[in-house]
Design a binder for this molecule. Sequence first.
Ligand code: GLP
Length: 279
Amino acid sequence: MMSGPDLENYSSSYSVNKPSGRPVTGQKRTLELEIFESEQSTLEAAATFVSDQVNNRQESVLLLPTGRTPLTLYTQLVSRSQADQLDLSRVTTFNLDEFYGIGADHPGSYHSYMRRCFFNQVPVAPQNINMLDGTTPDPVAECRSYDQKIEAAGGIDLAVLGIGANGHIGFNEPGSTQDSRTRLVVLQPETRASNAFLFDNQPAAVPPKALTVGIATILQAKRVLLLATGEIKAQAVYDMLNGPVTAGLPASFLRLHPSVSIMIDRNAAERINVMQRTI
Ligand code: GLP
């Protein structure tokens, strides 16, 4: 038996999409974990989740991630939008984070990523797209105004998150507290390394600081969808679900949220799969 608490102690629903594709769904609770056979099927399910949110409420306010993980999510949303299965014309978007010290036109910026992967291909109204300004001379004012804009938009309906191998969400690195708001942060070396793919694979070229929406802002979203794929995320996912709720692993704060869905592939579930055999 694994030592430590199991998922049921977190009033979680636990559903597994087995390789046969037949879901085995547990009792309905507040935290739902779904494990998929592949990265592709994980992100397709995530696209369906986001599409359902938007189709149910066309004026949805979305908090959006960047990174490698959501690339297929955006590809899927773009094709659903282009096939008229998804109407994004009335959504409002906020992005989770942006590097500090580079402009929107820098090819490594999250502004560029979002234009390239999503905004240039879907009819989200430009006035409804919100991103932190990495060139602001006054980060405190920029971050305060971002939180105010989220509030003025009626709050986030759905926050879509990736997770760093060190348990970060957005750019809330280990040490980020539950009450943290949107702010300027210093990035850990491993986080800069994992973002090097946007900077010609040069970790040193990744800005050392960033602006990020805070943990408190994320926890105020009505629903949260967290995505993780690949073995490199397995330990962080396991710790998020089984370790203490702590600033040492910011994603663990999601266990305090009333409505969290976690979609991961079998590689990211590697550590959980061991536990699953014990419950
Ligand atoms: C980046 C982003 C996060 C993202 C995470 C995982 O640093 N700031 O929002 O979720 O790291 O990225 P990836 O999906 O590339 O592993």
